[in-house]
Design a protein around this ligand. Structure first.
Ligand SMILES: [Zn+2]
Ligand SMILES: [Zn+2]
Length: 367
């Protein structure tokens, strides 16, 4: 829009078939007949069944690995966390282990609650492993495969699954975002997204952009042959602007709306962001060090400095984290000066006896 590059629009589809039909299913509503069965609303199961009957293929997109994101005690609510990080352990049925996504710590799945001794433990949520297992119970005749980091160890695994899907040896392909891009299969007539809310509820300013991109990309895997495809998305918030934009096939409308929000809050592309993470093995020192560091910066940066605050996962590999964010004004701030300011404040902090063992990470233009 600034005219630095020429804008070229693809306004027509390469494929002659009309764009896939997008359907949003509100999982907060159901009624007796359509009561959700596991992760699937009745409408979605019907659509998958009809697709299999018609001998066409289905892609199920669930951007969550493993069997379940966590195991939970029904009696006292206890959930096993990683010993090194403040995050719940994902359970992988294939390896029979619960594993941390941050430090790779593993332990056997909880069968007896260590807090209250109860054996009433429940698997919560649905990863790709469990989605595939549920589908194999509901559609026992269907051939189901997964495309995620667990099932794909080598590049050849990736090709093998894709070839199998292309040859029709696989009826339903369940996968994470590994399958959202560029795959061109003629016989896919349904893309099912059982839980769009996973994508919508991430607290980050780029979250809406990413959610839209992922849904838009994966939706494009449907109906690439002669038949018009379908895309069915389940969510508890079907009026969400991201889902409405996907429904309306309205990339430009979405971009215009998103750019307004970015401008209002001075997020990129209207600013440049530097994310600073302070790490300390001592929780209290982590807070004190980050407050002191912020004080040094704030006198110059004023309201362009945000934080410190603990990130969503406040402890990783036994380091307590605090984050600060600098929003650099593209016109007014000289990057060299900001760099010098951060450098001198950082040197001062890490050489103070009180804050020995403090680490500072910088992420410029974080993705
Ligand atoms: Zn318990
Ligand atoms: Zn961990």
């Amino acid at each position: 829009m600034e005219g630095r590059w020429e804008k070229v629009s693809l306004s027509k589809r390469f494929i002659q078939t009309p764009s896939p039909q997008i359907l949003l299913v509100n999982t907060a509503e159901g009624g007796k007949k359509n009561k959700p069965k596991g992760p699937f609303h009745g409408h979605m199961l019907e659509a998958i069944g009809a697709c299999l009957d018609a001998k066409s293929q289905v892609i199920v997109y669930q951007n969550r690995k493993g069997f379940v994101p966590y195991i939970h005690c029904d009696m006292c609510g206890y959930t096993p966390h990683c010993v090194n990080c403040d995050i719940t352990l994902t359970y992988y049925k294939s390896s029979g282990q619960q594993r941390c996504g941050y430090c790779a710590h593993t332990q056997p799945p909880m069968q007896l609650c260590p807090a209250c001794g109860s054996t009433a433990v429940t698997m919560k949520g649905f990863g790709t492993e469990r989605i595939a297992e549920e589908l194999s119970l509901i559609f026992p005749a269907a051939k189901i495969a997964r495309l995620d980091q667990e099932s794909i160890r080598k590049r050849s695994d990736f090709q093998r699954v894709l070839n199998g899907f292309a040859n029709g040896e696989i009826d339903i392909l369940v996968g994470t975002q590994l399958l959202s891009k560029g795959l061109d299969f003629q016989n896919v007539s349904l893309v099912a997204v059982p839980d769009a809310d996973i994508l919508l509820n991430i607290p980050d300013f780029r979250n809406h952009e990413r959610a839209f991109q992922q849904l838009f990309q994966v939706a494009g895997r449907s109906g690439r042959g002669p038949k018009q495809g379908q895309v069915m998305i389940q969510s508890r918030q079907t009026t969400h602007p991201v889902l409405q934009a996907v429904l309306e096939d309205d990339y430009l409308g979405f971009a215009a709306q998103e750019i307004q929000v970015r401008k209002q809050f001075q997020y990129p592309p209207f600013s440049r962001i530097i994310k600073i993470t302070i790490k300390q093995k001592d929780a209290r020192k982590s807070e004190e060090a980050s407050r002191y560091y912020a004080q040094m910066l704030r006198s110059v940066l004023k309201q362009r400095l945000m934080g410190p605050q603990a990130p969503l996962v406040g402890r990783v590999r036994n380091y307590y984290l605090q984050q600060l964010m600098v929003k650099m004004d593209k016109k007014k701030d000289d990057p060299a000066k900001v760099k010098e300011l951060l450098w001198s404040a950082s040197l001062k902090l890490v050489t103070m006896a009180d804050f020995k063992g403090t680490w500072i990470d910088f992420d410029v233009d974080p993705a």
